[in-house]
Ligand binder design. Structure first.
Ligand code: FMN
Length: 283
Protein backbone atom coordinates (compact mmCIF):
# COMPACT_ATOMS: atom_id res chain seq x y z
CA UNK A 1 0.00 0.00 0.00
CA UNK A 2 1.06 3.60 -0.65
CA UNK A 3 0.06 6.56 1.50
CA UNK A 4 -0.80 9.31 -0.93
CA UNK A 5 -1.40 12.37 1.22
CA UNK A 6 -3.21 10.17 3.73
CA UNK A 7 -5.12 8.21 1.07
CA UNK A 8 -4.21 4.52 1.18
CA UNK A 9 -3.90 3.14 -2.35
CA UNK A 10 -2.69 -0.23 -3.65
CA UNK A 11 -0.30 1.04 -6.33
CA UNK A 12 0.82 4.42 -7.70
CA UNK A 13 -1.36 4.74 -10.83
CA UNK A 14 -4.55 6.86 -10.92
CA UNK A 15 -6.61 8.33 -13.76
CA UNK A 16 -6.43 12.04 -14.49
CA UNK A 17 -9.59 14.07 -13.83
CA UNK A 18 -11.95 14.37 -16.79
CA UNK A 19 -10.49 11.49 -18.77
CA UNK A 20 -12.38 8.52 -17.31
CA UNK A 21 -16.14 8.49 -16.81
CA UNK A 22 -16.64 5.50 -14.50
CA UNK A 23 -20.32 5.10 -15.45
CA UNK A 24 -19.57 4.96 -19.21
CA UNK A 25 -16.51 2.74 -18.72
CA UNK A 26 -18.64 0.36 -16.66
CA UNK A 27 -21.41 0.32 -19.27
CA UNK A 28 -19.16 -0.04 -22.31
CA UNK A 29 -16.17 -2.00 -21.00
CA UNK A 30 -17.54 -3.62 -17.82
CA UNK A 31 -14.60 -2.03 -15.99
CA UNK A 32 -15.28 1.21 -14.10
CA UNK A 33 -11.81 2.13 -12.82
CA UNK A 34 -9.58 0.50 -15.50
CA UNK A 35 -7.24 -0.82 -12.82
CA UNK A 36 -6.48 2.58 -11.30
CA UNK A 37 -5.67 2.56 -7.58
CA UNK A 38 -8.03 5.48 -6.99
CA UNK A 39 -10.73 6.96 -9.21
CA UNK A 40 -10.56 10.70 -9.86
CA UNK A 41 -13.86 12.22 -11.00
CA UNK A 42 -14.46 14.89 -13.63
CA UNK A 43 -14.32 18.33 -11.98
CA UNK A 44 -17.69 19.24 -10.50
CA UNK A 45 -18.88 22.84 -10.10
CA UNK A 46 -21.54 24.35 -7.79
CA UNK A 47 -24.19 24.78 -10.49
CA UNK A 48 -24.96 22.73 -13.62
CA UNK A 49 -22.92 23.83 -16.66
CA UNK A 50 -23.25 23.23 -20.38
CA UNK A 51 -19.54 23.58 -21.10
CA UNK A 52 -17.90 25.34 -24.04
CA UNK A 53 -19.06 25.57 -27.67
CA UNK A 54 -18.14 22.71 -30.05
CA UNK A 55 -15.71 21.62 -31.37
CA UNK A 56 -14.28 20.89 -27.92
CA UNK A 57 -11.45 18.55 -28.72
CA UNK A 58 -8.94 18.07 -31.53
CA UNK A 59 -5.80 16.04 -32.10
CA UNK A 60 -2.51 17.89 -32.40
CA UNK A 61 0.97 16.55 -32.96
CA UNK A 62 2.00 14.68 -29.81
CA UNK A 63 -1.27 15.13 -28.00
CA UNK A 64 -4.74 16.60 -27.71
CA UNK A 65 -6.14 20.08 -27.42
CA UNK A 66 -9.39 20.27 -25.44
CA UNK A 67 -11.73 22.99 -24.36
CA UNK A 68 -14.49 21.07 -22.65
CA UNK A 69 -15.30 23.89 -20.19
CA UNK A 70 -16.36 21.88 -17.14
CA UNK A 71 -19.86 20.70 -18.18
CA UNK A 72 -21.62 18.82 -15.42
CA UNK A 73 -24.78 18.39 -13.36
CA UNK A 74 -23.78 20.67 -10.46
CA UNK A 75 -22.85 19.55 -6.94
CA UNK A 76 -26.35 18.74 -5.65
CA UNK A 77 -27.14 16.23 -8.42
CA UNK A 78 -23.57 14.98 -8.22
CA UNK A 79 -23.97 14.13 -4.52
CA UNK A 80 -27.47 12.71 -4.93
CA UNK A 81 -26.95 10.69 -8.12
CA UNK A 82 -23.49 10.59 -9.71
CA UNK A 83 -21.37 9.94 -6.62
CA UNK A 84 -23.54 7.10 -5.22
CA UNK A 85 -23.77 5.51 -8.69
CA UNK A 86 -19.99 5.76 -9.08
CA UNK A 87 -19.35 4.36 -5.60
CA UNK A 88 -21.56 1.37 -6.43
CA UNK A 89 -19.32 0.30 -9.33
CA UNK A 90 -15.84 1.56 -8.40
CA UNK A 91 -14.01 -0.56 -5.83
CA UNK A 92 -11.19 1.90 -5.13
CA UNK A 93 -11.19 5.23 -3.22
CA UNK A 94 -12.90 8.09 -5.06
CA UNK A 95 -11.16 11.45 -5.33
CA UNK A 96 -13.71 14.15 -6.15
CA UNK A 97 -12.32 16.99 -8.27
CA UNK A 98 -13.97 20.34 -7.54
CA UNK A 99 -13.82 23.60 -9.45
CA UNK A 100 -15.30 27.03 -8.90
CA UNK A 101 -15.14 30.71 -9.73
CA UNK A 102 -14.55 32.11 -6.25
CA UNK A 103 -13.31 30.95 -2.85
CA UNK A 104 -16.94 30.79 -1.69
CA UNK A 105 -17.68 28.32 -4.51
CA UNK A 106 -14.96 25.96 -3.30
CA UNK A 107 -16.17 26.33 0.31
CA UNK A 108 -19.71 25.41 -0.75
CA UNK A 109 -18.45 22.38 -2.68
CA UNK A 110 -16.48 21.19 0.37
CA UNK A 111 -19.51 21.69 2.62
CA UNK A 112 -21.59 19.50 0.31
CA UNK A 113 -18.95 16.74 0.03
CA UNK A 114 -17.95 16.58 3.68
CA UNK A 115 -21.01 14.48 4.71
CA UNK A 116 -20.52 12.09 1.74
CA UNK A 117 -18.26 9.22 2.88
CA UNK A 118 -17.86 8.11 -0.78
CA UNK A 119 -15.72 11.21 -1.32
CA UNK A 120 -12.51 9.71 0.09
CA UNK A 121 -10.54 12.79 -0.94
CA UNK A 122 -11.00 16.12 -2.69
CA UNK A 123 -8.83 17.46 -5.51
CA UNK A 124 -9.04 21.24 -5.85
CA UNK A 125 -8.87 22.10 -9.54
CA UNK A 126 -7.03 25.43 -9.42
CA UNK A 127 -5.81 25.07 -12.97
CA UNK A 128 -8.52 24.68 -15.63
CA UNK A 129 -7.49 26.81 -18.64
CA UNK A 130 -10.95 26.52 -20.22
CA UNK A 131 -13.07 28.75 -17.99
CA UNK A 132 -12.78 32.52 -17.96
CA UNK A 133 -12.71 33.19 -14.19
CA UNK A 134 -11.81 31.37 -10.96
CA UNK A 135 -9.89 28.11 -11.16
CA UNK A 136 -6.61 29.02 -12.90
CA UNK A 137 -6.82 32.66 -11.79
CA UNK A 138 -7.02 31.48 -8.16
CA UNK A 139 -4.22 28.93 -8.61
CA UNK A 140 -1.91 31.54 -10.14
CA UNK A 141 -2.01 33.74 -7.04
CA UNK A 142 -0.15 32.88 -3.84
CA UNK A 143 -2.63 34.48 -1.43
CA UNK A 144 -5.73 33.09 -3.18
CA UNK A 145 -4.23 29.60 -3.34
CA UNK A 146 -3.58 29.57 0.39
CA UNK A 147 -7.01 31.05 1.17
CA UNK A 148 -8.99 28.62 -1.00
CA UNK A 149 -7.04 25.63 0.30
CA UNK A 150 -7.58 26.75 3.90
CA UNK A 151 -11.31 27.31 3.26
CA UNK A 152 -11.70 23.74 1.99
CA UNK A 153 -9.40 22.33 4.69
CA UNK A 154 -11.62 23.88 7.37
CA UNK A 155 -14.65 22.06 5.94
CA UNK A 156 -13.28 18.71 4.76
CA UNK A 157 -11.27 16.48 7.11
CA UNK A 158 -10.19 13.80 4.63
CA UNK A 159 -7.19 14.01 2.21
CA UNK A 160 -6.98 17.20 0.18
CA UNK A 161 -5.11 17.42 -3.13
CA UNK A 162 -4.42 20.70 -4.96
CA UNK A 163 -4.04 20.55 -8.75
CA UNK A 164 -1.94 23.25 -10.36
CA UNK A 165 -1.18 24.42 -13.88
CA UNK A 166 2.09 23.92 -15.76
CA UNK A 167 4.17 26.97 -16.55
CA UNK A 168 3.31 29.00 -13.43
CA UNK A 169 5.79 31.85 -13.08
CA UNK A 170 6.50 30.95 -9.46
CA UNK A 171 5.34 27.39 -8.93
CA UNK A 172 7.43 27.00 -5.75
CA UNK A 173 5.59 29.84 -3.98
CA UNK A 174 2.17 28.55 -5.10
CA UNK A 175 3.10 25.04 -3.93
CA UNK A 176 4.16 26.41 -0.53
CA UNK A 177 0.90 28.37 -0.33
CA UNK A 178 -1.09 25.17 -0.90
CA UNK A 179 0.87 23.49 1.88
CA UNK A 180 0.32 26.47 4.18
CA UNK A 181 -3.43 26.22 3.47
CA UNK A 182 -3.43 22.57 4.53
CA UNK A 183 -2.99 20.54 1.32
CA UNK A 184 -1.96 16.90 1.74
CA UNK A 185 -0.79 16.44 -1.86
CA UNK A 186 -0.20 18.34 -5.09
CA UNK A 187 -1.35 17.14 -8.51
CA UNK A 188 0.96 18.39 -11.26
CA UNK A 189 -0.16 19.31 -13.79
CA UNK A 190 -3.33 20.32 -15.58
CA UNK A 191 -3.16 21.06 -19.33
CA UNK A 192 -1.17 23.96 -20.80
CA UNK A 193 -3.05 26.66 -22.68
CA UNK A 194 -2.75 26.18 -26.45
CA UNK A 195 -4.36 26.85 -29.82
CA UNK A 196 -4.62 25.18 -33.22
CA UNK A 197 -5.80 26.69 -36.52
CA UNK A 198 -7.77 25.26 -39.43
CA UNK A 199 -5.35 25.54 -42.35
CA UNK A 200 -8.16 26.10 -44.84
CA UNK A 201 -10.19 28.79 -43.11
CA UNK A 202 -7.55 30.24 -40.81
CA UNK A 203 -10.07 29.95 -37.98
CA UNK A 204 -9.29 28.32 -34.61
CA UNK A 205 -10.10 24.60 -34.59
CA UNK A 206 -11.78 24.83 -31.18
CA UNK A 207 -15.09 26.61 -30.62
CA UNK A 208 -13.63 28.44 -27.61
CA UNK A 209 -10.55 29.46 -29.72
CA UNK A 210 -8.03 28.16 -27.17
CA UNK A 211 -7.85 25.00 -25.12
CA UNK A 212 -5.52 22.87 -23.02
CA UNK A 213 -2.66 20.78 -24.39
CA UNK A 214 -2.38 17.25 -22.99
CA UNK A 215 -0.50 14.10 -23.95
CA UNK A 216 3.24 13.71 -24.69
CA UNK A 217 3.52 17.38 -25.75
CA UNK A 218 2.85 18.31 -22.11
CA UNK A 219 5.23 15.82 -20.50
CA UNK A 220 8.42 17.94 -20.29
CA UNK A 221 6.52 20.85 -18.72
CA UNK A 222 4.71 18.69 -16.20
CA UNK A 223 7.91 16.83 -15.34
CA UNK A 224 9.68 20.15 -14.72
CA UNK A 225 6.78 21.23 -12.50
CA UNK A 226 7.11 18.06 -10.40
CA UNK A 227 10.84 18.69 -10.10
CA UNK A 228 10.32 22.31 -9.01
CA UNK A 229 7.58 21.42 -6.51
CA UNK A 230 9.63 18.59 -5.04
CA UNK A 231 12.43 21.06 -4.32
CA UNK A 232 9.96 23.42 -2.61
CA UNK A 233 7.66 21.19 -0.51
CA UNK A 234 7.71 17.73 1.03
CA UNK A 235 4.06 16.64 0.69
CA UNK A 236 3.03 13.90 -1.77
CA UNK A 237 2.90 14.74 -5.48
CA UNK A 238 0.82 13.13 -8.23
CA UNK A 239 2.62 13.54 -11.56
CA UNK A 240 0.32 14.00 -14.59
CA UNK A 241 1.06 14.79 -18.22
CA UNK A 242 1.67 12.60 -21.25
CA UNK A 243 2.20 9.36 -19.37
CA UNK A 244 1.83 6.48 -21.85
CA UNK A 245 4.25 3.85 -20.56
CA UNK A 246 5.74 2.57 -17.30
CA UNK A 247 8.99 4.30 -18.28
CA UNK A 248 7.14 7.63 -18.54
CA UNK A 249 5.72 6.99 -15.06
CA UNK A 250 9.20 6.12 -13.74
CA UNK A 251 10.47 9.51 -14.98
CA UNK A 252 7.89 11.22 -12.77
CA UNK A 253 8.70 9.03 -9.78
CA UNK A 254 12.39 9.80 -10.31
CA UNK A 255 11.58 13.54 -10.36
CA UNK A 256 9.93 13.18 -6.95
CA UNK A 257 6.31 12.16 -7.62
CA UNK A 258 4.68 9.77 -5.16
CA UNK A 259 2.15 8.53 -7.74
CA UNK A 260 1.12 9.27 -11.32
CA UNK A 261 -2.15 9.84 -13.18
CA UNK A 262 -2.93 8.78 -16.74
CA UNK A 263 -5.28 10.84 -18.90
CA UNK A 264 -5.02 11.21 -22.66
CA UNK A 265 -3.43 7.76 -23.06
CA UNK A 266 -6.72 6.20 -21.88
CA UNK A 267 -8.62 7.40 -24.98
CA UNK A 268 -6.85 5.16 -27.54
CA UNK A 269 -6.03 2.48 -24.97
CA UNK A 270 -8.31 1.96 -21.94
CA UNK A 271 -5.86 -0.73 -20.84
CA UNK A 272 -3.14 1.89 -20.31
CA UNK A 273 -3.45 2.41 -16.50
CA UNK A 274 -3.40 -1.35 -15.81
CA UNK A 275 -0.46 -1.88 -18.22
CA UNK A 276 1.51 1.01 -16.67
CA UNK A 277 0.83 -0.23 -13.10
CA UNK A 278 1.98 -3.74 -14.06
CA UNK A 279 5.06 -2.32 -15.78
CA UNK A 280 6.06 -0.47 -12.62
CA UNK A 281 6.32 -3.68 -10.63
CA UNK A 282 8.13 -5.65 -13.38
CA UNK A 283 11.13 -3.61 -14.55
C1 FMN B 1 -10.79 15.74 -22.40
C2 FMN B 1 -10.11 16.19 -21.14
C3 FMN B 1 -10.87 16.64 -20.07
C4 FMN B 1 -10.25 17.08 -18.90
N1 FMN B 1 -11.01 17.49 -17.85
C5 FMN B 1 -10.41 17.86 -16.68
C6 FMN B 1 -11.19 18.22 -15.55
O1 FMN B 1 -12.41 18.21 -15.55
N2 FMN B 1 -10.51 18.59 -14.42
C7 FMN B 1 -9.14 18.61 -14.33
O2 FMN B 1 -8.58 18.94 -13.28
N3 FMN B 1 -8.38 18.25 -15.41
C8 FMN B 1 -8.99 17.88 -16.56
N4 FMN B 1 -8.23 17.49 -17.63
C9 FMN B 1 -6.76 17.49 -17.50
C10 FMN B 1 -6.24 16.10 -17.10
O3 FMN B 1 -6.75 15.71 -15.85
C11 FMN B 1 -4.70 16.08 -17.06
O4 FMN B 1 -4.25 16.98 -16.06
C12 FMN B 1 -4.08 16.49 -18.40
O5 FMN B 1 -4.83 15.98 -19.48
C13 FMN B 1 -2.64 16.01 -18.51
O6 FMN B 1 -2.55 14.61 -18.46
P1 FMN B 1 -2.48 13.68 -19.81
O7 FMN B 1 -1.42 14.29 -20.68
O8 FMN B 1 -2.14 12.31 -19.30
O9 FMN B 1 -3.82 13.75 -20.44
C14 FMN B 1 -8.83 17.06 -18.81
C15 FMN B 1 -8.08 16.60 -19.89
C16 FMN B 1 -8.68 16.19 -21.06
C17 FMN B 1 -7.83 15.68 -22.19
Amino acid sequence: MIALGGLQIAHPVLNASGTLDALSAHAVLGDASLGCAAHVTKTITPLAREGNPAPRITEISCGLLNSIGLPGPGIDRFCAEVLPATAAIVDVPIVVSIGGFSIDDYALLADRLSPCPAAAAIELNLSCPNVKTGCLAIGSDVGETEAVTAAVRARFARPLFVKLAPGLADLASIARAAVAGGADALTLTNTARGMAMHRGTGEPLLGARTGGVSGPALRPQALAAVDAARAAVDIAIVGVGGIETADDARDYLAAGATAVAVGTAIFPDPGAPRRIAAGLVTP
